[in-house]
Design a protein around this ligand. Structure first.
Ligand code: HAM
Length: 416
C-alpha cells in the first residue's frame, strides 16, 4: 500500500471547512488592504532561490527539493513565495505600475525538513508583498494587515515580535560586533553555530539550542548599531504601530531564517513557545529586487503557514462555518421509481437544489440511514405508487415527518 510521502498530508473533506474559512478571510483582508492575487509556478530555476534566500541558510543548504529536469535545467520546488513574486514583478515590468505594487498568494511550499507537528515537507502559505516603497508607514500597514488577519480569524493570545536588522551600510558594523562577542564563547557553541560564526553570524541569534540561546541573550543588539536612516525608519515604524494600537515586543534575537531581510523583521507567535509555533513572519527586503537584476526597489512582505493557523484554531476551539451540503436525498424503491428518480434528480439540480441520489440496491431503511449520515435536510422517497400518481413522499429529516406531495410542486416547496 502506498502512503502519502513523509511530511505531506491529504486534506480530507472533514478538514476542508477550516481551509475555506481561512481562504475567505484571506480574500477579505486582501481586498480591504488593496492587494491583488498572483499565482506563480510551483517550481523555478534553482538560482532564483539560492540567490534570494542566501547560500548559507538552512533552507538553501538542507531543505530545497532540487532536481534536474529532462531538459537538463536545474529546478527547485518553491521553498517560499517572496522570490517568485519578485521574479514575476521584474519579468512583467511591474515597476512601470504605480508603486507600491501589492500582491498576495496562497500556495504550496516545499521544504525538506524533519516532520513534526506544525512542520511539514509540503505546507501551504498565504503571503503578501508590497513592492516599491520604503516608507515605514508601509511597514506599519503590512504588520497591521497581519494583525487584523489573525484577529478576523478569531485567534487570540498572539504576540507580535519586532526587530530591525539594519541595511547594507550599518549591518557590517553590527556583524563585526557580533563576531567579536561570539569569539569569547566559541568553545561553548553548538557545532552548527561554530561553522555559522564566520559564514552567517546573524544566524547564531536564532539557534534553538539552550546553550546557544543563553549566549545569544547577552549578544550585541542590532538596534544599537543602526545607521541614522535605519534608526529613524525604526522609530517611525514604532510610532505608527502605536497609532494603530498594535502591541509589539522588541526582540533583538529575531533575525528570521532568510538572508534577504533588511531593516524591519517581525513574527506573529501564539502563546505556546517553540520553533514550530510561529504563525507567520515577514520583513523588509530592500535589496532583493536589485539583487535579481532590477533597479533598486524597496519592498516588504509577510507569509503565514495555513496548517499552523488550523492547529491554533483547533487548540483555541474556534468554531468555523460548516460547508454547505446537498439539501435533498432522493430514495427510490423499484425499477420504475429509479427511472423517475433519475429524472427528478436532474430536474431539481437544474433549479439549483443540491441533490444526492441513491445508487445501488439498498433497502429503503439503508437509504434513509445514508440520507441521515449525509446530513440532508429532506429525503424524497419514490416508490411504484408515487410513480403512478405523479407524487413523491417528502420527508423532513429533522422531524421525521413525511407527507405525499405532487412531484411538480417539489421545487416550490424546497426553495420556498
Ligand atoms: P518563513 O518564516 O520561512 O517566511 O515562512 C512563513 C511561515 O510559513 C512560517 O511562519 C510558518 O507558519 C510557515 N512554515 C514555514 N515552514 C513550514 C513548514 N515546514 N511546515 C509548516 N509551516 C511552515 C517566508 O517564507 C517568507 N517568504 C515570508 C515573507 C514574505 N517575507 C517577506 N515576504
Amino acid at each position: 500500500m502506498y502512503r502519502a510521502p513523509r511530511g505531506t498530508s491529504d486534506i480530507l473533506p472533514k478538514e476542508q471547512a477550516y481551509w475555506r474559512y481561512i481562504e475567505q478571510k484571506v480574500v477579505n483582508i486582501c481586498q480591504l488592504y488593496g492587494y491583488e492575487r498572483i499565482d506563480v509556478p510551483a517550481f523555478e530555476d534553482t538560482g532564483l532561490f539560492s540567490r534570494s534566500i542566501g547560500e548559507e541558510t538552512d533552507i538553501v543548504q538542507k531543505q530545497m527539493y532540487t532536481f534536474e529536469d529532462r531538459g537538463g535545467n536545474k529546478i527547485t520546488l518553491r521553498p517560499e513565495g517572496t522570490a517568485p513574486v519578485c521574479r514575476a514583478y521584474l519579468e512583467h515590468g511591474m515597476h512601470n505600475l504605480p508603486q507600491p505594487v501589492k500582491l498576495y498568494y496562497i500556495g504550496s511550499i516545499f521544504r525538506y525538513e524533519r516532520p513534526q507537528a506544525g512542520r511539514y515537507r509540503q505546507h501551504y502559505q498565504f503571503g503578501y508583498e508590497a513592492i516599491g516603497d520604503d516608507d515605514p508607514a508601509l511597514d506599519a500597514e503590512v504588520i497591521d494587515m497581519a494583525w487584523q488577519f489573525f484577529s478576523s480569524l478569531n485567534l487570540r493570545h498572539l504576540s507580535l515580535i519586532l526587530n530591525s536588522i539594519g541595511c547594507k551600510q550599518c549591518r557590517p558594523g553590527y556583524l563585526a560586533a557580533l563576531k567579536s562577542y561570539y569569539a569569547n564563547y566559541i568553545h561553548d557553541l553548538c557545532s552548527d553555530c561554530k561553522t555559522r560564526l564566520n559564514r552567517n553570524p546573524l544566524r547564531l541569534l536564532d539557534c534553538k539550542k539552550p546553550v546557544c540561546q543563553q549566549i545569544a541573550d547577552s549578544a550585541p543588539k542590532s538596534t544599537d548599531y543602526l545607521c541614522p536612516q535605519c534608526d529613524e525608519h525604526f522609530k517611525r515604524l514604532k510610532r505608527y504601530l502605536g497609532l494603530l494600537e498594535i502591541p509589539f515586543e522588541i526582540n533583538h534575537r529575531l533575525v528570521r531564517g532568510l538572508d534577504y531581510y533588511t531593516r524591519t523583521v517581525f513574527e506573529v507567535q501564539p502563546e505556546a513557545e517553540g520553533a514550530q509555533s510561529t504563525l507567520g513572519g515577514g520583513g523588509r527586503y530592500d535589496d532583493l529586487i536589485e539583487e535579481l537584476g532590477g533597479r533598486p526597489t524597496p519592498a516588504i512582505g509577510f507569509a503565514a503557514g495555513i496548517e499552523r493557523i488550523i492547529l491554533n484554531l483547533k487548540q483555541q476551539d474556534v468554531p468555523v462555518p460548516t460547508l454547505p451540503r446537498p439539501q435533498v436525498f432522493i430514495a427510490n424503491i423499484g425499477d420504475e421509481a429509479r427511472d423517475e428518480a433519475i429524472k427528478l434528480t436532474a430536474r431539481l439540480r437544474k433549479s439549483g437544489i443540491g441533490v444526492i441520489e441513491a445508487v445501488g440496491d439498498k433497502s429503503l431503511k439503508a437509504q434513509l440511514r445514508q440520507a441521515n449520515n449525509l446530513g440532508a435536510s429532506y429525503t424524497v422517497i419514490i416508490g411504484d405508487q408515487e410513480v403512478k400518481t405523479g407524487t413523491v413522499i417528502l420527508r423532513d429529516m429533522t422531524t421525521s415527518q413525511q407527507k405525499t406531495v405532487p412531484s411538480s410542486q417539489l421545487e416550490g416547496l424546497l426553495l420556498g
